[in-house]
Ligand binder design. Structure first.
Ligand code: ZN
Ligand code: ZN
Length: 360
């Protein structure tokens, strides 16, 4: 049944992470024990491992098991969810790693993504680059039968994308510009196109990513860097002006931390446009807003952080075929090869989109 020990990657400090045999965690009455079946590698995991960003533990360091984008199977149910008949052994689930407390003033106001007591699995508490992981039962979501564990592990990034798209408020026929064709940006392309966007313009730097975007619903591809690309557009503002007959874009979402993209978003957006900043810039990056033209065009600038109450929609988006999560998972490694996966995610070797650890 459940063994006494498990294999886990324990992160100690930048570039020190060990594959160890550790005890399988005990659960409290309000928790579930989940056998991990798939866990995506996030850009933030790359940042933690190479010391580009501290953990959210009190010291900013380990020991901690990373991994926050995961799916798995329930193997043990705590007393409370068992009595409420909410979960059973064998349930296939995905987990919101951002485990808010539901009892602080911020949570009471519904801003659960900003909870002051939140525990984040894989960031401030043990995560899922391990055979087993513990979660509070209120942050666990059952997966529909035909949604694979791989797709289930993509629900976390997708839930964030869904929140970004909700903040964007796409109207029927709107021209939407998406900066950043990573796995999340490509999901955003799918979601906005299927929410009734008119023309979707995808801006990036690598043709292979742009072309996946085309398959996922982008109408126009702009490559801002590669002069040999058939989509090469050295002047994005001019190009978008041309594509919109001078109106510029109705909606712009920046799904990259690139400062240039954040700045360009202000220039390619039109009258009454909504601009959403989603990707994470550097800690000291500053965006300069051309104030008067932004006022004269009555623009709405918004930021988007995490995924409050968007998990059900994300699961439904995958289950209903709005987003082809499987297609975005380009590289898969077994748990013991996590380090290889991190390398691929960092160096972008072999054109990865989503890199994942998958357990048999
Ligand atoms: Zn992540
Ligand atoms: Zn709270």
């Amino acid at each position: 049944m459940i063994p006494a020990t498990m294999k886990a990657w324990v992160f100690y400090e930048p570039e020190v992470m060990k594959f160890e045999e550790v005890p399988v965690p005990e659960i409290a009455d309000d928790e579930l024990l989940i056998r991990v079946r798939a866990c995506g590698i996030c850009g933030s995991d790359v940042a933690y491992y190479w010391g580009l960003s501290p953990l959210e533990t009190p010291t900013g360091k380990g020991p901690l098991i990373l991994g926050h984008e995961f799916s798995g199977e329930v193997v043990k149910v705590g007393k409370v969810p068992a009595e409420r008949k909410l979960f059973s052994v064998g349930d296939r689930v995905t987990v919101n790693p951002v485990q808010y407390c539901n009892a602080c003033e911020v949570c009471y106001r519904g801003f659960v993504n900003l909870c002051e007591n939140k525990k984040v699995l894989g960031v401030s508490a043990n995560g899922a680059f391990a055979e087993y992981v513990v979660s509070h039962y209120t942050h666990v979501y059952r997966l529909p039968e035909h949604v694979s564990f791989k797709a289930g592990a993509f629900v976390e990034p997708l839930a964030n994308a869904v929140y970004g798209v909700k903040n964007l408020q796409v109207g029927l026929g709107d021209t939407v510009v998406v900066f950043g064709p990573g796995a999340i940006g490509l999901s955003v392309v799918s979601l906005v196109k299927r929410s009734g966007a008119g023309k979707v313009i995808l801006v990036g730097t690598q043709d292979f990513r742009l072309e996946v975007g085309k398959a996922m619903g982008a109408d126009e591809l702009l490559n801002v860097r590669d002069a040999s690309s058939p989509y090469y557009a050295p002047n994005v503002v001019e190009r978008i002006s041309h594509l919109t007959g001078g109106r510029m874009a109705d909606r712009v979402i920046v799904v990259t931390g690139s400062k240039e993209a954040m700045q360009l978003a202000l220039e390619v957006s039109g009258r009454r446009s909504n601009i959403v900043y989603f990707g994470l810039p550097g800690a000291k990056d500053v965006i300069e807003v051309p104030a008067l033209p932004s006022i004269f065009w009555d623009k709405n600038i918004r930021f988007s952080w995490l995924a409050p109450f968007t998990w059900v929609e994300a699961i439904q988006s995958i289950a209903g075929g709005l987003v082809d999560a499987e297609r975005l998972v380009t590289h898969v490694f077994p748990l013991e090869k996590l380090m290889e996966g991190l390398q691929v995610a960092r160096e972008k070797k072999g054109n990865p989109l989503k890199v994942m650890v998958v357990m048999e």
